[in-house]
Every structure is written in C-alpha cells, then in structure tokens.
Design a protein around this ligand. Sequence first.
Ligand code: ADE
Length: 228
Amino acid sequence: MRFDVITLFPDMFNAIKDEGVIARAIKKSHLSIHTWQLRDFSNNKYKNIDDKPYGGGAGMVMQVKPIRDCIHKIKQSNPKTKVIYISPQGQPLKHKLAKELSTLGSITLLCGRYEGVDERIIEHDIDMEVSIGDYVISGGELAAMVLIDTISRQIPNVLSNADSLNDSFANNLLDHPHYTRPEVLDNQAVPEVLLSGHQANIDTWRKEQSIKKTQEKRKDLLALMQRK
Ligand code: ADE
C-alpha cells in the first residue's frame, strides 16, 4: 500500500514513520508514506495556500488551485489512487471501512486546516470524505495518522502475529481481557482457566468475556452483531 499525504505539516508524520508498527511495515516494504508540502504548490512568493472566505466570516479557506495541482502531480505517477479528504463531515471511520480500504494499492489523504477546503475540491477532486469521530480536532493530520494506522493493521503481514488482528471490533465485539505475569499481585489473581492449559476452555472463556464486556460497555455493538 502506498499512502500519499497532502499536508501543511509533513514533519508530523515522522511520528508514525519512525516508530512502532508502521515504521516496521515500511522497513519491510509492506507500505510507504509520501508527504507533499502543500505550500510547494502555492502560486505566490509567500507560499500562501489559503484566503478569506467569500461571504465573510471567521477563519481562512484552503484554495482550490494548490490542492488541485498537488493531486494532479500525485496522479501523474499514480492515476488510480483513491483520494480521501479527512474532515469532520466525512463518513465515520469504522473497522469495516478500514478493512475495505486496506485492499487498495494506493490512497491519497488530503489534510485540511483552518476552516477547511474550498467546496469545489470536495465536489470535483476527491473520491470520498472520512471522519474519525464526532468531534473537531485542529487539522486533518492526526486523523490521517489514525487512518493510516488502522488501515495498515489490516494489510497482510503488517502485524507480526496474525492473532493480533482478533482485536476489538473485528466481529463487532470488544476484546477479551488480557493478563501477564505475575499470577497474583496485591490479592488480585489471574483467572484460573488461563493457567489450565486447556485451549478449548480458554477460547470459550475469552468469547464469553468479549460478549460480557461488550454488553457492559457497548450494547450498540451487540445489537449490530445480532442483526447479522
Ligand atoms: N479534522 C478535524 N476534525 C476531524 C475529524 N473529527 N475527523 C477527521 N478530520 C478532522
């Protein structure tokens, strides 16, 4: 998978390029992340890419031309890339969407700042809008990193242990509890079944715990599962 990211803050992406699961996947060539500084596509010497909104009001709006030129440049070598604008107005990011996107070869992520982009970009230049939740953060970069991480985890061989894919939401259930050494600490003991060595019993216990946790914390997910 190739990610191209259009941003005013390319250095923010070093956080995931340099450490952790994504860094390892890049080293093993399972994915690559290419950042594009939007200011390089500005048409003035001050490298501005924003302007005042027509109709007045607070804040600035990202202009059409630099974004359109940048997307055009990316598409020259990558014509089939899926262009996603990360914004609070987008389709909510869920496990299922991440899994679908993980099957693509190339994704371009447009990160908004200020009041967002000129609407003509949304109408004409992007394939889809995605939101990471019903709240507003200060720009699309953190949201883009969330998207890159969650998509990348679904790409074969990115996670070293395939079992790690059985984490929360894979089947609309929350994850079961996890324990490690010591067996007892401050009178808190690890559940006996986990020490039994009886794998079938352990699997049953984990499934029950998953359902119990989901019942307690996210009844809405259980309803989704029952509808299937
Ligand atoms: N930019 C600002 N807030 C956002 C959100 N919730 N999701 C995606 N992009 C955003």
